[in-house]
Design a protein around this ligand. Structure first.
Ligand SMILES: Cc1cc2nc3c(=O)[nH]c(=O)nc-3n(C[C@H](O)[C@H](O)[C@H](O)COP(=O)(O)OP(=O)(O)OC[C@H]3O[C@@H](n4cnc5c(N)ncnc54)[C@H](O)[C@@H]3O)c2cc1C
Length: 373
């Protein structure tokens, strides 16, 4: 594993490195656990509960180009629980499919994180882009995302092929670099310490084990064990710390949408019921970034919803770190629009209605992490 400074140094050029070093160095100076303020967790602090359906495929996302009548159709959908993290990478690889064509007009179907980033990459390569989507931010699944830079829960170990994993690693690398260069309040991206909590050292699983297994561990900075006595989490004997980025969807998505419009892009609110309606569009190249919508629109029955419910507490500025527990699933993201408490991972559940019992379980699970009795 790389130290944080080695990681940044290996990933960026000298000038970018200088620009990023100060916040990282300041973080590195703090001993593990020094800045862990427990969040104040109780039902009275809940400001909203949101539900999103992750567009999950056991075999992983679909990234492919195919002829579509006289058009070219590029699919870029099905990113499960890691679509935010992979967005810029999959967008770049999707645009590469038409790299040998002269830039012309392109239609992008979908205005979530995948559609917006695909549209921006195309614009940067000279394409004139129109986004067609039935829902725009803040009404997309992408607005519900956590959204931490951890491209996890994107496929199953049995489902993914070696060829897919190669593409996955490529996309993860491109996207990680892209988000590094967007750190700051304009896009709502920042580096944060993560604490991975396990009941004992023998238990496998967790973010770093996963990243090692799939070959992207070098994208996680400053991985180190933490002495449980130095942190306020109760009942966890094995604690690892690493550093990654947290994206604020409600800052990032409007910012990228604004960039798209300022670059001359157009957005049309429209719902497609059948491929024939897409064939009638005037753009010769179409990118399908409809997420879970691809199941009905293109008949991809491998695509399934994985329901996630998040309980949001009022913002708490002193809470400035993330924690992750795999079993039972619990995670906390400190965002400027609230303290985000997960987690749920319900395969095949199409309900977008918040569940009161789930909220109570999530609140008491998080509260117990800090209970000293
Ligand atoms: C609770 C939760 C937590 C998450 N946390 C993280 C995280 O920490 N990190 C991370 O990387 N990812 C996370 N994700 C996953 C991430 O949110 C998704 O992978 C990502 O948002 C998918 O983006 P998308 O653009 O493909 O889909 P969407 O955001 O759903 O956008 C799809 C777009 O297509 C349009 N569309 C669909 N069908 C049609 C149609 N027929 N006609 C016209 N338009 C159509 C929609 O209107 C929308 O504009 C989380 C997800 C959830 C639910």
């Amino acid at each position: 594993m790389l130290s944080r400074s080695a990681f940044i140094g290996s990933s960026l050029g000298i000038s970018a490195m200088a620009a990023m070093r100060s916040p990282a160095a300041a973080l590195a100076a703090a001993p593990p656990g020094a800045s862990i303020v427990p969040p104040r967790i109780d039902a009275g602090r809940v400001i909203r509960t949101v539900v999103g359906l992750r567009p999950f495929r056991a075999a992983g996302f679909v990234l492919r180009a195919e002829p579509f009548g006289a058009k070219v159709l590029v699919h870029n959908y099905g990113h499960g629980g890691g679509g935010f993290s992979l967005s810029w990478g999959c967008a770049t690889l999707a645009a590469d499919f038409v790299a040998d064509r002269s830039p012309a007009r392109a239609a992008v179907l979908g205005c979530g994180v995948i559609g917006l980033t695909t549209a921006r990459i195309l614009q940067n390569r000279g394409w004139q882009v129109t986004i067609y989507a039935s829902a725009l931010p803040p009404m997309t699944t992408s607005n519900v995302a956590g959204a931490q830079w951890t491209p996890t829960t994107v496929f199953t170990t049995d489902g993914a092929t070696p060829a897919f994993l190669d593409v996955f690693r490529k996309a993860a690398r491109i996207a990680n670099r892209a988000f590094q260069l967007m750190v700051g309040p304009a896009y709502g991206v920042r580096w944060l310490d993560n604490y991975v909590l396990k009941p004992d050292a023998q238990e496998s699983g967790g973010e770093i084990d996963y990243a090692t297994r799939v070959g992207i561990a070098d994208l996680y900075a400053d991985v180190e064990p933490v002495d449980p006595a130095t942190v306020p989490f109760v009942g966890y004997k094995s604690i690892m710390r690493f550093s990654t980025m947290l994206m604020e969807p409600n800052t990032f998505l409007p910012a990228v949408q604004r960039d798209f419009l300022l670059q001359g892009g157009h957005i049309v609110v429209r719902s497609f019921r059948a491929p024939s309606e897409i064939a009638a569009l005037h753009e010769p190249v179409v990118f399908n970034c409809t997420g879970l919508g691809s199941r009905a629109l293109f008949g991809d029955t491998m695509l399934e919803p994985v329901r996630g419910q998040l309980t949001i507490l009022e913002p708490q500025a002193a809470v400035d770190y993330i924690y992750l527990v795999s079993d039972p699933l619990l995670y906390m993201f400190p965002r400027s629009d609230g303290i985000v408490l997960g987690g749920t991972w319900e395969r095949g559940n199409w309900s977008t209605t918040p569940d009161v019992a789930t909220q109570a379980r999530v609140l008491s699970g998080h509260e117990a992490l800090f209970r000293k009795d």
